[in-house]
Design a protein around this ligand. Structure first.
Ligand code: NAD
Length: 354
């Protein structure tokens, strides 16, 4: 089905409110999820709601949390998200880091124990909009580790995303590089599974370590419910990035990594190390902007191998998807919709009627 983004926002706001969130929280989370759908990342859009509702019920997602300030100086902070909605707490963390970086040139923020922060690019976009650079490393230290290390045939890590944002200029849009360190994000495996589709080659192995494109291998279809694994992107390089994201967010932020002695039954938990810096402390804004304009134009000037697929820059596919989906609506597959309707029913809302 296709649904207008405003209608979807209103519905999701209502569902989250009914599930216990204050109005402002419901609005931030609903906007984040719908904006992820608009950006083309259905994996981090409204299809997450059933998982959120399950975690609310299990008590691993707690509405209306303010972060515990573990420590804070002028430009270093450690916050514990207390299992609250990541979209709210990571947004507040980025606002804090933007303010501190503006005052002091650089800010370092460590966020622990926050429920799913969603599409990390959302926070990079905030920094870029403020004229700042941001670098973020995120881990997921709860749940079943489903990403295999390079050469391994069993999952040991999560999809640990990394986001780097560089502000734009008057004529060039910001560069928002925001990716899971797995070949594809886990949510994309879920979406493909829901849609009865295969995933790209080179992304999955089955429980015996054989390459497959069947997303079912992640959902316990193997003998005795055995699961396969998602591969890191770029072989040893993506694996290396996944590992350092785990170390930076899990060990250095004090959150705990996905090593087996740490608890794994805490819903969808993220930790994040964010470094935000003011580029003007390093070079003149006019110089930086002239170089940004020139470099992006240079990269995009490469003739396309396939004229139908021009050279893009990170952040551009999301802007293209957004323009298209704002105009034509967001497509939600049948299984995802059915799951949302069922999740809504658990809190007494009949979605079809709504
Ligand atoms: P992806 O592979 O679709 O895109 C990754 C990046 O590549 C984006 O910056 C995009 O702009 C850029 N890109 C895509 N096509 C391009 C092209 N042709 N030319 C230049 N740049 C291009 O993303 P993904 O790895 O599937 O991740 C999806 C989302 O999932 C991200 O927003 C990520 O933050 C999120 N995520 C979150 C968690 C979490 O625990 N919170 C975990 C994993 C992923």
């Amino acid at each position: 089905m296709k649904i207008d983004h405003e209608k979807l926002r209103a519905l999701v706001r209502r569902l989250l409110g009914e599930a216990g969130s204050a109005e402002s929280e419901a609005e931030i989370v609903a906007d984040h999820l719908v904006e992820a759908n608009l950006a083309g990342h259905d994996s981090h859009g409204v299809g997450m709601l059933p998982a959120y509702f399950r975690n609310l019920k299990a008590g691993t997602l707690r509405p209306n949390q303010a972060p515990e300030i573990v420590s804070e100086t002028a430009n270093f902070a450690v916050w514990d998200g207390r299992g609250g909605y990541g979209q709210v707490i990571a947004g507040a963390a980025m606002e804090w880091a933007i303010g501190a970086a503006k005052r002091h040139g650089v800010a370092v923020h460590a966020l622990r124990n926050t429920h799913h922060i969603g599409r990390v690019g959302t926070y990079g976009e905030m920094a870029a909009k403020a004229g700042l650079v941001s670098v973020q490393f995120v881990n997921g230290n709860s749940g079943r580790p489903l990403v295999a290390p390079f050469r391994g045939r069993e999952g040991r890590l999560s999809t640990n995303p990394i986001c780097i944002a560089v502000p734009g200029t008057a004529t060039t849009a910001p560069v928002i590089l925001d990716f899971a360190t797995s070949r594809i994000a886990l949510g994309k495996v879920r979406v493909a599974h829901n849609e009865g589709k295969r995933v790209v080659e080179g992304a999955l192995i089955d429980e015996a370590g054989r390459p497959t494109t069947d997303p079912g291998v992640i959902y316990g279809h193997g003998p005795g419910g055995a699961v396969g694994a998602v591969l890191p992107f770029g072989e040893h390089k993506g694996y290396g990035l996944a590992l350092v994201a785990e170390l930076l967010a899990g060990a250095i932020c004090g959150a705990g990594t996905i090593q087996p002695k740490n608890p794994r039954d805490r819903g969808i938990l993220n930790a994040a190390l964010s470094v935000v810096l003011d580029p003007e402390r390093l070079a003149a804004r006019a110089f930086i902007e002239a170089e940004i304009d020139a470099l992006i134009a240079w990269a995009k000037s490469a003739p396309a191998i396939d004229p139908a697929l021009p050279v893009l820059v990170p952040g551009e596919p999301e802007r293209i998807a957004r323009a298209e989906r704002m105009a034509r609506g967001i497509t939600i597959d049948e299984t995802t919709w059915r799951e949302i309707v069922a999740a809504a029913a658990t809190i007494g809302i009949a979605v079809e009627a709504a």
